[in-house]
Design a protein around this ligand. Structure first.
Ligand SMILES: C[S@@+](CC[C@H](N)C(=O)[O-])C[C@H]1O[C@@H](n2cnc3c(N)ncnc32)[C@H](O)[C@@H]1O
Length: 245
């Protein structure tokens, strides 16, 4: 049977204004990942790690979520843009101004925000002056569902890590999470620089010592996942809603 005549072209033509329906591709000229991980395209490791984060935080996915990425580099911004992932907001912070400037210049969507902070770190930013723990919240990084750090605490000594945990606490909403990777070794007494010739290269913690630091910063740890091919030991931490009792 013949189909009825189709409507005219002009009445079938649709305009899509939704940002997520347009094609975007970025190619940041940086790689901050270990050579064992960088053998894979950034989007491949990025997608796998974001999926692990979502699953471990018991999220249905990134849709509607506000994620703050501390020590962001470029991998997750690249993954979200190039794979067209749906996320409410993604905020990236780094001590390195170059990738931040590049990301700001090349990603125009209001879902993204990138800021450079001159936060001291023995390996990445040794000449910076000490910063206040409220520095990120004061700059408006608040109300996030989670803060994440991939391969950042792996390069933070205890003083730096404690400051990082304190800085991120006010950036996350009550009931929100912090997810990060670290080098842990139960045979270590508190903390060692596993590579003494290169400060900050392999900051290695006794897990009990790290758990104590996290409690002192207000974080409750619910789960710890052993290292995998793409990431070191992963910690799932929560900012519990304060009880009135
Ligand atoms: C190994 S790279 C990982 C980048 C990204 N998280 C990823 O997994 O692709 C570590 C990043 O953390 C940043 N970083 C190190 N210490 C930091 C600090 N104290 N504050 C903010 N960023 C820091 C570095 O500049 C670098 O971009």
């Amino acid at each position: 049977m013949r189909q009825k005549d189709n409507a005219p072209y002009s009445t079938l033509l649709r305009a899509e204004s939704d940002e997520t329906s347009s094609f975007s591709y970025i190619e940041p000229p940086f790689n901050f990942n270990h050579s064992d991980v960088a053998v894979y395209p950034a989007e491949v490791s990025g997608y796998f790690l974001l999926k692990s984060l979502s699953r471990r935080l018991r999220w249905d996915g990134l849709t509607g979520k506000r994620l703050l990425d501390f020590g962001c580099g470029v991998r997750f911004a690249r993954t979200i843009v190039n794979l067209g992932l749906d996320i409410e907001t993604y905020s990236g912070i780094d001590t390195n101004p170059e990738p931040i400037e590049w990301l700001r210049g090349n990603i125009k969507s209001p879902r993204f925000r990138f800021d450079h902070f001159d936060i001291p770190n023995a390996m990445y930013n040794p000449h910076a002056r000490s910063v206040d723990a409220g520095i990120l919240a004061d700059a408006g990084f608040v109300g996030n569902d989670a803060a994440c750090m991939f391969s950042v605490i792996t390069h933070n000594n205890p003083n730096e890590a404690k400051k990082t945990f304190d800085m991120l606490y006010p950036c996350v909403m009550n009931g929100g999470a912090m997810y990060f990777t670290a080098f842990v070794d139960e045979s270590v007494s508190d903390y060692i620089e596993r590579d003494p010739t290169f400060k900050g290269h392999m900051c290695t913690y006794n897990p009990g010592f790290l758990l104590k630091m996290l409690s002192e910063s207000g974080w409750r740890v619910s789960d710890i996942y052993p290292p995998s091919e793409l990431a070191m030991t992963a910690f799932v931490c929560w900012k519990d809603v304060e009880s009135d009792v």
